[in-house]
Design a protein around this ligand. Structure first.
Ligand code: ZN
Length: 84
């Protein structure tokens, strides 16, 4: 869950990120998340029961790791070649 400063409507600055699973508040400095965070902004499309809804959520790195360990099929992990 992300909270932005309300007074900066044109360029909202990230103020706070809370893990939706455990409630941990992640470190945010200068509008940037400074630790591992799995942030999702996903719009479901046609053919789903959630068509027209956008889901926003954030998981801390620990909760992300716990979540994917539950998968029956392991997540495919690639090493990134470029860092921006
Ligand atoms: Zn968490």
């Amino acid at each position: 869950m992300r909270v932005y400063r309300e007074e900066e409507i044109l360029e909202p600055r990230l103020q706070k990120v809370t893990c939706n699973q455990c409630g941990k508040e992640l470190l945010v400095e200068e509008g940037i998340v400074k630790e591992g965070c799995f942030g999702v902004h996903y719009k479901f499309d046609y053919f789903s029961n959630k068509d027209g809804y956008i889901y926003n959520l954030d998981l801390c790195e620990e909760c992300f790791d716990q979540w994917i360990r539950q998968f029956k099929v392991p997540v495919q992990i690639e090493e990134t070649k470029e860092f921006l």
